[in-house]
Ligand binder design. Sequence first.
Ligand SMILES: *Cc1c(COP(=O)(O)O)cnc(C)c1O
Length: 441
Amino acid sequence: MHPTTPALSAPEYRLPESHHAFVRACRVIPGGVNSPARAFGAVGGEPPFMARAQGQYLYDIDGHQYIDYIGSWGPMILGHAHPAVRAAVVEALDLGSSFGAPTTREVEIAEAVVAAVPSIEKVRFVSSGTEAAMSTIRVARGVTGRNKIVKMAGHYHGHVDALLVQAGSAATTLGTPNSPGVTPGATEDTILCPFNDAEAVADALSRFPGQVAAVLLEPVAGNMGLVPPRPGYLERLRELTEKAGTLLVFDEVMTGFRLALGGAQERFGVTPDLTALGKIIGGGLPAAAYGARAGVMESISPVGPIFQAGTLSGNPLAMAAGLTTLRLLRDDPPYDRLDALTARLEDGLRRVASDARVPHVVQRVGSMITLFFNPEEVHDYDDARRSDTKLFARFFWELLARGVYLPCSQFEAAFVSAAHTDADIDHTIAAANEALKAIMG
Ligand SMILES: *Cc1c(COP(=O)(O)O)cnc(C)c1O
């Protein structure tokens, strides 16, 4: 939902097989894609179609290999087609792909989530991050009997009606929808605040006393490029919400199991009331979840009155992939190595961008990283939007042509996986150096 940049010029990078597939796709699928982020709208041109992926690499149908920094937009922390994950899915498939009845694998993965994530005593599985975020809001409203929610500009929580608001105003404003088809009624209870401005939240809570059900945010923002919380910000939100009887909701769909096994809440030591999870929790298959302390979760059906359901929720294949992924992350935590690998990338990008005299700032938390073509540090959506997106688009294509696949927008975090090596990172830095030299002449 970020503003798109017009293509600078048709990229020289030619992909005949992908072009053919894209033309065919556009006849029967809107924009040729099943999710808009894949369509290269922000960088212009046409996306390569992928044939397969292994470890840290993607392979397109034109025969090119890419070092992958998308990781399916977050899930593939162990790399693609991990042998243990693959084996677990195949084993589950042989036993039947969906029952619509409970399975022990759901209990095992729920136990793994409860053990890992500090705020969660009980957890409910759903099939997408959108569903998870939507459900946290329903539960927060149902439990508090309040209607209003606070969300942060530039934070993405899936395509939930009430959350498709991010006008990016510096002031606390009442939200207006930013998609046709979302009624003003759906967003009239959504209060927009800038990220990293706790006083804006304090102001919203005091302007609507006893009316705010939830303050919802990405504890580390990844959907406007990587933007860390300022020191003390999450702690202050915890205090403010507690005082106001408002539930603090962390959308950890991206950060869960990535910034630590217990997500951003473990890494930063701030415990929310409700947590949305997704991406890694499905190990590359469609699964997501939301959880909280037992009292809150027991307000949902069939125990309590708040309704939420799903035909394919807890799907056996997704649970097998997710459970295997979580166990691998628990038993052989890759987090220190991911930190070191991504720090190497951070240092290298900073070095080559400085050498090329490009205004830039590199922001990173753990294995999430963004090179902003922005002279200033980025703390909120307004800062992010001052980045040079035209320059980013050129950089993106220059890197793609050199076998490096970054997220196709300045406003998306890149991910490093446990399958990446120092050699991949060094190749990427060298490619970035060549790319910036080519661009800056
Ligand atoms: C990806 C994402 C979502 C949406 O998840 P889907 O599975 O795409 O519906 C929600 N919140 C955050 C923070 C995300 O990164």
